[in-house]
Design a protein around this ligand. Sequence first.
Ligand SMILES: CC(C)=CCNc1ncnc2c1ncn2[C@@H]1O[C@H](COP(=O)(O)O)[C@@H](O)[C@H]1O
Ligand SMILES: [Zn+2]
Length: 379
Amino acid sequence: MTETEKGCDFTELKEWCLAIPKIELHAHLNGCIRDSTLLELAEVLGERGEIVFDDVKHVINKYGRTLTECFQLFDLFHILATDHETISRITKEAVEDFAAENVVYLELRTTPKNNETKGMTKRSYLKAVINGLRSVESVNVSFINPNGRTESFYDPLQKGGLTVLEKKRIYVRLLLSIDRRETTAAAMETVSLALEMRELGVVGIDLSGNPIVGEWNSFFPALKYAKEMGLPITLHCGEVANKKEIQAMLDFCPERIGHACFLEDDDWEKAILLKIPIEICLTSNLRTERLSSIDLHHFGKLFKAKHPLVLCTDDTGLFSTSLSNEYHLAATTFGLDKESILQLSTNAIHYVFADNELKKTLREIFQAYDKRLVDDFSL
Ligand SMILES: CC(C)=CCNc1ncnc2c1ncn2[C@@H]1O[C@H](COP(=O)(O)O)[C@@H](O)[C@H]1O
Ligand SMILES: [Zn+2]
């Protein structure tokens, strides 16, 4: 039994992890689709004869998928969520789900996709995502408007009354993902789109996709261009053992890296020296068999070394997890007390890609939650 479990009731700790404000920096839109939505979408396509519903139902409901099956499921997501309306819907639902978890700042990442049959371009895909943000009603969603100021839909003055003021607020920013399957030209198109959409809340670039597919050299030109243009970058790094690529990624000095499961000692030396923040996805790493047991996760030693870390979910839908669940898992596995957990969630402010003004707002939100942080917190 860990220190945390001894000192505090398991269920109470779970509720407490849900109640604290949290920051989510590594969440893939299509990986966050609700199971209920997936089944509904699959049923409709089944009725239209576009898929065989019973085959799909089996895949959606399957628990304990292999790695290959996880990526097969991503392909399925991309069949089910291909039109603009569905993209808007899953965005809306994902934001609502994170807000319900008391996530106060969300960096949602997604791969803009071309789909000629649906008249979809990368640009129109992204617009559908932004429309999804605009359509959320159950919580206040804020992102950047064309003037570069924070936009709040559901203005309390216009919509009137306490009911609006009582709604939770979530700040949302977008990261555009380059899929490792994509060509250099497609990756370049994504970076150009991100630059064009900066004023609509796009704050950075992600490199993701099946880690055994694609070559660093083919993504490098687009990532270098993004860097030159001042777009922060996060890379899925070391999801599988690939020494050469891990070294190239660290030499690139990204603003953050995700996973970092297969870094060797000299790689860690470099990551630590460069103070590269690590997006930690415990459940994802466990389910995708990056480690045999959760207590062996590199979170433990990095946390002790006070390396910049942020707990994240990766794919809430795919892995049936939530951010509060990840905090609870970290607390119970590594024996963190409440103060350490709250400090961990507060520290995430340092690693967000949003501007300093929003960082200040986030700091105020966390300070309001726990006044003890006022004195020893500086950005
Ligand atoms: C299956 C597995 C190993 C998941 C965990 N780790 C991941 N590693 C690399 N890319 C990922 C991961 N989870 C999600 N993605 C990327 O995010 C996409 C889904 O979100 P979106 O279509 O970009 O909106 C996937 O197709 C994949 O390209
Ligand atoms: Zn990921």
